[in-house]
Design a protein around this ligand. Structure first.
Ligand code: MOS
Length: 733
């Protein structure tokens, strides 16, 4: 049998990418293209008092300057699902620096850029709120988190009795800064109208959600809009919602009656497509002397924009991570003069687990207990929130195997006890987890009489390997070679698939592809066994295998025939079948999460306080792994992000003007090659019959969770200094 699921197959789109033939949104060749450039507010709060556009309008090549003065009527977007709800170009009010206040369209990009500089804007400036403390003074407790999908206040047991049972208490505040996504491909939109039909090439993680939002905004039926997103150079959540540059480009294209392309600059990426809100997390852990948690209290203080409510959901994993009878988690948010924050890789879980796993480390020292042992003593055998059994959970094995590979037993538990010259050596660990959700998705498989197999679903490939793993799933189920299968994605003309987010694509679309391929091969099977001309006539269906492009008798594989032969004999060019990821009732009874353990060694320069990550081991239980190579790459990518989160990433806003001061990749630091050590990734074998049809759990976001805490814990072990405020920079040490 040609088993290809799980194999370290090279990316099927790899050649297209390295030869430059993969067309990203901004690369799509369109005739008569014109170019859009945004005009942005240079103040953070106030009103436009004067807007002078005539010079820009008469500049060479300019087709239009659209501002609130001359904007044609269109509907406004609503927050979630949709995008930032700030009315676009509706009045003179300014709520944040970088707010889009107009768009210039010209025949060339340079003409549009030049004309944009000729637009003169005067403002009445008001004092913006930028500081998180200031914002929280007028703050409030939100009822919902996660785009309104989940309740903000979660509690169980009795927190006061948790306090009275506690013999040891850790109560600390952990904070994380504002962060930006920084995909290598900046967001871009290319809008092409033909009468009342629109084709939108857009850097979106959700072609259908974009279609729905744009349909509402322009009051046209969704079926008149085709959204295409075939290659993405990363998204990380900043391409999940519809942002105003997409709407403005679409609007401009209709206004000038030409296709318009607009690509955000790197700097605009910091103010146009969301960010991760800064957090301040008050965390209390109480435990008995033998290390049993008696209480967990987690209050997430964070900020949102003046017009939407998106608190960074830091408590999502606190609620389910450890067995603890008494728990209380809630939020407090304030509004600052910034755009709306949004989903950013492992929303809430990445900063939330920094706090929880740092506090667990602190508790382990307070109890003089090994950090792994403390975690084992509080291992959640069932989901502590719901009492449901886990569909599968290999966390204990992750701890054990990770500790072994890493050499945890060589660690002297005493802080600042290990060194090598001026290098203080620190070893730290943390747990990781992420929900393993499966969303409704559909796929279609077409079997052609010329030995070709087309698989289609309107999902996306953010660079993670969707093209490759879906090809593998289809090839294995059909019993054909990878080269015979073509997978198409990223187009609203294809079968419905959800937004690519929440690490659900492998599970959701993979299960749909599996189902569609099974349905397709069964159709062929039915035809063969009921056809007296087939060598498989009247064979028992369950005794037939699918291998090497053929249907064969299991007990005598010399008997059988190919897909092509069956189709050709009946004079059919192709047959089609669809499949969906609909979960079975039985699967609803389980709590579904992936888990892992991260181990990190740091070297801290005794004199400079500089932290280098020397090595890292991550062991994960994430269900069935579809491709050992792309999975490993994803984990390395996420762990690298975790290194950045721990040591570098920090969006800096000027306290008076609300400007982002480091809106470029030379000042907003992310890890480069030399910052990333040897990263060892292992997956524990995990067979999960309950999680979904394919047995997969998402891994994309699991990878970043826990890394920052493991590094902070290692820094404490190296130095005896606990840094509770990310990023851990030399000045703090
Ligand atoms: Mo991701 S933050 O679910 O796009």
């Amino acid at each position: 049998m040609n088993k290809v699921i799980g194999k370290p197959i090279n990316r099927v789109d790899g050649k297209l990418k390295v030869t430059g033939s993969a067309r990203y949104t901004a690369d799509i060749p369109i005739e008569n293209l014109t170019y859009g450039v945004l005009i942005e507010s240079t103040i953070a709060k106030g009103k436009i008092t004067k807007l002078e556009t005539t010079i820009a309008e008469t500049a060479p090549g300019v087709l239009a300057v659209i501002t609130h003065r001359n904007v044609p009527k269109f509907n406004q977007i609503t927050f979630f699902p949709g995008g930032q709800s700030l009315p676009i170009l509706q009045d003179e009010n300014i709520y944040y620096q970088g707010q889009h206040i107009g768009i210039v369209v010209a025949e060339t990009l340079e003409q549009a850029q030049y004309a944009a500089t000729l637009v003169k804007v005067e403002y009445k400036i008001e004092q913006p709120t930028i500081d998180i403390d200031e914002a929280l003074k007028q703050g409030y407790e939100p009822e919902k988190i996660f785009g309104g999908m989940l309740p903000a206040h979660i509690f169980r047991g009795d927190i006061n009795s948790g306090y009275s049972q506690a013999e040891v208490l850790v109560e600390q505040t952990y904070s994380t800064p504002m962060e930006n996504h920084n995909p290598i491909e900046p967001s871009a939109t290319l809008a092409v109208w033909e009468d009342d039909r629109l084709t939108l090439y857009d850097t979106t993680q959700g072609v259908f959600s974009t279609q729905g939002a744009i349909a509402k905004v322009f009051d046209i039926p969704p079926e008149n809009i085709r959204v295409i997103s075939q290659f993405l150079g990363g998204g990380f959540g900043c391409k999940a919602m519809v942002w105003s540059h997409t709407i403005l480009t679409t609007l401009a294209a209709r206004y000038v009656q030409h296709p318009v392309k607009l690509a955000l600059t790197r700097a605009q990426m910091y103010t146009s497509v969301g960010y991760r809100a800064p957090t301040r997390q008050h965390l209390s852990l109480g435990a008995t002397k033998n290390g049993k948690l008696t209480l967990i209290k987690h209050i997430g203080e964070t900020i949102t924009s003046p017009f939407d409510e998106f608190p960074e959901p830091v408590t999502l994993t606190t609620n389910m991570m450890y067995a603890c009878p008494n728990l209380d988690t809630k939020y407090y948010i304030g509004r600052i003069n910034a755009g709306t924050p949004t989903f950013m890789r492992a929303p809430g879980k990445a900063p939330g687990m920094f706090a929880l796993e740092s506090a667990m480390d602190e508790l382990s020292y307070a109890l003089e207990l090994d950090p792994i042992e403390l975690r084992l003593r509080n291992h959640a055998d069932v989901d502590p929130g719901t009492g449901h059994r886990w569909s599968s959970k290999s966390l204990k094995e992750c701890y054990q195997r990770g500790a072994e590979i890493f050499g945890w037993k060589h660690r002297n538990p005493k802080p600042a006890s290990m060194s090598n010259g001026d290098s203080l050596i620190g070893l730290g660990m943390a747990s990781a987890t992420f929900p393993a959700d499966t969303f409704p998705a559909t796929a279609k498989v077409t079997i052609y009489n010329r030995g070709k197999f087309l698989v289609e679903s309107a999902t996306h490939d953010l660079g993670t390997g969707t093209y490759t793993v879906m090809t593998q799933v289809a090839a294995e189920v059909l019993g054909v070679s990878l080269e015979q299968v073509e997978f198409k994605l990223g187009d609203t003309n294809l079968p419905l698939a959800p937004l690519t987010g929440n690490s659900t694509t492998a599970s959701s679309v993979g299960s749909a592809v599996q189902a569609a391929a099974m349905n397709a091969r069964n159709k062929i099977l039915e035809i063969a066994i009921s056809d007296s001309d087939s060598p498989l006539y009247q064979a028992e269906p369950e005794k037939i295998i699918f291998d090497s492009g053929k249907l064969l008798l299991q007990n005598n594989p010399t008997v059988g025939e190919s897909y092509q032969e069956i189709l050709t004999r009946h004079g059919w060019e192709n047959i089609e079948a669809v499949g969906s990821s609909l979960s079975k009732q039985e699967q609803q009874k389980y709590a579904k999460h992936s888990f892992g353990a991260v181990f990190v060694e740091v070297r801290v320069d005794r004199l400079l306080g500089e932290v280098r990550v020397a090595r890292c081991v991550g062991v994960y239980g994430a269900g069935r792994i579809l491709n050992a190579k792309t999975a490993r790459s994803q984990m390395i990518g996420g762990i690298t992000w975790g290194i950045g989160m721990a040591l570098m990433e920090h969006t800096v806003m000027s306290p008076h003007y609300g400007r982002i001061l480091n809106h470029n990749l030379s000042d907003y630091l992310i890890p480069v090659q030399l910052d990333v050590p040897d990263i060892q990734v292992q997956f524990v074998e995990e067979e999960d019959p309950h999680v979904n049809a394919l047995g997969t759990k998402g891994i994309g976001e699991l990878s970043v969770v826990g890394v920052a805490a493991a590094i902070a814990n290692a820094v404490y072990h190296a130095t005896g200094k606990r840094i509770r405020d990310l990023p851990i920079t030399p000045d703090k040490l």
